[in-house]
Design a protein around this ligand. Sequence first.
Ligand SMILES: Nc1ncnc2c1ncn2[C@@H]1O[C@H](COP(=O)(O)OP(=O)(O)O)[C@@H](O)[C@H]1O
Ligand SMILES: [Mg+2]
Length: 340
Amino acid sequence: MHLSGVAKDLGGRRIVDDLDLDVASGELVCLLGPSGCGKTTTLRMVAGFLSPDLGNVVIDGRDVTTLPPERRPTAMVFQNYALWPHMSVFDNVAFALKLRRLPRAEITRRVGEMLELVGLTHHLRSRPAYISGGEQQRVALARALVQEPAVLLLDEPLSNLDAKLRVRVREDIRDIQQRLRITTLVVTHDQDEALSIADRVAVMNGGRIEQVAPPDTLYRRPATRFVGGFVGAMNSLPGKIENEVALLADGTSIAVLTPCAPGGTEIAVRPEDVVLAAGGTAARVQRVVPRGHFTEVVLEVGETRLRAYLGPDDPRPAPDDTAAIQFRRALSYADGQLIG
Ligand SMILES: Nc1ncnc2c1ncn2[C@@H]1O[C@H](COP(=O)(O)OP(=O)(O)O)[C@@H](O)[C@H]1O
Ligand SMILES: [Mg+2]
């Protein structure tokens, strides 16, 4: 699937702007960004519920930009599932196939296989109101998959589930996607969700895509200041890198332990890359917050505030202690763009 130069105005505002995105066959791509950045609008243009003002949508080599939803090889799972409350689970899943007037036996077989795949065979006759949120989500997924779409579209598929269930269901979604090798575009504002299920993540901000990359790359080398701050926690410090030293705007210098690109006007350091090390720069410990599998420490160096995550085996400082710190790794940015 391929989007090129897609743009959309709504309510007199440009909501999606000059958007390019490829999703390879069998790939799962997450469109990740803050609320209101244009994710749902983008997904609706792929599904055909909205038509772009500019640009093209191509699926399996065919330009579908002007086709209505029912003539596109896509199926969408909506954020609120949109199940029909008066229909059984079976009928919800069978609906699109009945519309297509497929033979009854084939409908029964395909719906049966799909309910088996999502583990809902025992709820065949239940109405949506009598099954759990996680099960409703799986019905919505089965209803999309049974249509055998070339591209599966999911809009915030986990946002109505509680935290524990969310982790389980996202693993289920990934398993099913892998088993069927189905090309999938998932919209989410949740970075954990995106990083844990996607082959690649496209980070969107203000109607534009800022970076498309595999989760590891996105985390380790955020292409823009926005991506670094949105995906994971980041210390953003005015200053520049010179000779493997971070020179902060307030005059403080902190050693960087791995080679990094020099220059820039802003230094970005992940909290887990702020390390306590003898001979490092003196920092005052402001706050120590146990976070379970790590300890969060808020530090003050000169006029700069920093956040560090310490591992379970690291010495744990106390408030008002003086700690010596270094950076394991640092990135430099100029005008919000990564250098190097
Ligand atoms: N039909 C519409 N008319 C006017 N503005 C809209 C319409 N649909 C969406 N918007 C606006 O477009 C922006 C992006 O919306 P949306 O794509 O739903 O964001 P996301 O899914 O990333 O949260 C929002 O500011 C929203 O208010
Ligand atoms: Mg949305």
